[in-house]
Design a protein around this ligand. Structure first.
Ligand code: BEZ
Length: 256
């Protein structure tokens, strides 16, 4: 928890910002989901995952947010240095008021594989940016939202990596929640579905590198299989969680 803050609020509301798996795996008990962005950070696959997309002996790689101040001191080997307009796109969830205490207790006790709780202003996208949501009540101004960040001082923080080595690492990693590459491709697709400008070049570049590795390793079959999977799955449909218990038992909130 940063700055001794204990709650996220806008007029007493509680919002949670997701920039990783939360985009397509929502928390329990939300009544609104709004695409938008935060600033002051870059999203990077710089957090090791021992419990979901890797194992303790062979950790995978998942995203975290790096503060731009810290990031500017590093030699980032990524070919796409920062997001357009310095926006990190994701979604914010408003937790149903009567369930806030339950969800907060659940969130506050959880430290997920090195991630800690922080608060940041979230900027809802205007309708212009999300034509799929016409008529939805427009949010004004930034909303204070809780966000999970794996900061550079946590044990799972990896830091800058060569993009091709990182892609190869993601390609070969797997954990209890599935293949690391499915997390990467899921994130790429979820971001592109948010709005026309919400794609992230770091994510897109890595996803493309992993696709090329997969095509090389697995022959032509990979593309065909991906097309079939896309046809089967269609767009990401996020499944509403009915209780925090259900989430605990299955994937755990904020699994990656
Ligand atoms: C997310 O924003 O999706 C997320 C970030 C860190 C841990 C879990 C989820």
């Amino acid at each position: 928890m940063t700055s001794g803050e204990t709650e996220a609020s806008k007029d007493g509301e509680f919002w949670l910002f997701g920039y990783g798996s939360l985009i397509w795996k929502p928390p329990p008990h939300f009544d609104r989901r709004i695409p938008g962005w935060v600033t002051g950070y870059v999203r990077r696959f710089w957090q090791a995952s021992q419990d979901h997309r890797g194992t303790p002996t062979a950790p995978g790689r998942v995203v975290t947010l790096i503060s731009e101040d810290y990031w500017s001191t590093l030699r980032d080997r990524d070919p796409h240095p920062s997001p357009p307009d310095n926006k990190v796109w994701g979604v914010a969830y408003r937790i149903i008021p009567s369930r806030v205490d339950e969800v907060k207790t659940y969130l506050d006790i959880r430290e997920i594989n090195g991630y800690t709780i922080h608060y940041t202003p979230f900027h809802p996208a205007s309708e212009l940016h999300r034509p799929d949501h016409p008529g939805e009540e427009e949010e004004r101004g930034p909303i204070r939202a809780l966000v999970y960040i794996g900061t550079p001082d946590n044990d799972q923080f990896v830091g800058p990596q060569d993009p091709q080595e990182l892609a190869a690492h993601i390609y070969r990693s797997e954990g209890p929640s599935g293949l690391n590459r499915d997390y990467l491709w899921g994130l790429e697709r979820s971001l592109e579905e948010l709005c026309p400008e919400s794609g992230d070049e770091h994510v897109r570049d890595l996803a493309e590198r992993v696709r090329r590795i997969a095509a090389r390793e697995e022959g032509g079959g990979v593309e065909e299989r991906d097309v079939r999977r896309e046809e089967h799955e269609g767009h990401h449909e996020f499944r509403r969680r009915e209780s925090v218990d259900e989430v605990e038992e299955t994937e755990k909130m904020g699994e990656d």
